[in-house]
Write a protein that binds this ligand. Sequence first.
Ligand SMILES: Cc1cc2nc3c(=O)[nH]c(=O)nc-3n(C[C@H](O)[C@H](O)[C@H](O)COP(=O)(O)OP(=O)(O)OC[C@H]3O[C@@H](n4cnc5c(N)ncnc54)[C@H](O)[C@@H]3O)c2cc1C
Length: 399
Amino acid sequence: MPKSKVALFGGGPACLMAAYQLSENHDVHIFEKGKRLGRKFLVAGNGGFNLTNEAQGKELQLVYSNHPKLHKALAQFNTVDTRNWLSEIGIETFVGSSGRVFPKKGIKPADVLKRIIKMLEKKGVQIHLDHTFIGFNNKAQPIVKSNENDTVIEANHYVFGLGGGSWAKTGSNSVWMLPFQEVGVQTLPFRSSNCGIDVVWDREFQEKFGGTPLKNIAINAYELNYKGEAVVTGYGLEGNAIYPLVPAIREVLAKNERAYITIDFKPNSSIEMLQSKIPHGGIKPKNYAFTFNISKAVQQIAKMGLNKEDYLNPDVFAASLKKVSVPIQGLRPVAQAISTVGGIAMTEIDEQFGLNNHPQISIIGEMLDWDAPTGGFLLQACFSTGYVVAQKLNEQSNL
Ligand SMILES: Cc1cc2nc3c(=O)[nH]c(=O)nc-3n(C[C@H](O)[C@H](O)[C@H](O)COP(=O)(O)OP(=O)(O)OC[C@H]3O[C@@H](n4cnc5c(N)ncnc54)[C@H](O)[C@@H]3O)c2cc1C
């Protein structure tokens, strides 16, 4: 009996995982609009390449936005499963001190991608590059454009993993939203997640201190507290201590309310400990950086939050280092964000990621409206959703 055909659209990690899991039982085809697969996966490897995280169970679920369907998928294919799968294809991993999972030393992101692609080719997955999904025909079958030819793709099942809205140069964008809306699927506009914040600082400060890292800080806002790093940029602040706060900031900005964060530049010292550093005769601001072991950028940020009298008072200045309020103008645009929320509403899919009104179509990865911080959680959700759809189709083919 011929194998049933599954057509996947998008060559990112979500579809690559689904294709791998489907390849034993199905005739699998990937249609990717670019000249290469996994371009965002490679970009993800430019900084710290977190393939997943060591968090498991409830701890893992709590990191994601509150979507029971996604939580179920994360339980079905969890972070241990991801590491086992990577090991199965020859990529060994290790857990870093922050719980993030990296490929073992010497294994570059391009090596991981090459390995996945090699395994797919070995398993007979057919990869069609330069093939762009452009819409559906009146039977809700996908149409693909390649070399100026439009072709209706006939398959038993269709899986879409066209990605979120950020970093359009890696291939993902919101162009696919219209065709989905035309077949009655609700989509939500993409909004930035895991992104920098625009801060109301004067231009002189931003020009002088742009690029300065703010290490070992804690950021508080909206009853949340994250330790980590940020960097002063031409527009404000960016970094892993900021990203987890973005959903709360986004919510406040959407209500047109004033948004802010509070930075503790000395999370490991109490106010008393800082004040005890002040010599008996007092000190002048020119000695603050040395006395409190802070950079000139930190001194300047703290100064901006104080009036002149308080700034000149070393006790008040020392105390202020624990609680500098920074007003936020906005979030960085979608194009620059690490990930996005928005896309296909989670209410449009069933528990195994099939569209409610088009059960022959499944949606996986960042194309769906969920949110998670960086740290390997984004790729994990892409892998989990890809796996769950493949499992469903594998079970159906075994009936
Ligand atoms: C700078 C940066 C760093 C990151 N670092 C990490 C990290 O360390 N850890 C982590 O977990 N996550 C990280 N991420 C996020 C992670 O890379 C994404 O969440 C993940 O790639 C999303 O996978 P996906 O398969 O859903 O979509 P994508 O990877 O975006 O893939 C979608 C694919 O669909 C193709 N496509 C789009 N439209 C069409 C069309 N019409 N027809 C055919 N093909 C189409 C695109 O060309 C693309 O290849 C990072 C992201 C960025 C931008």
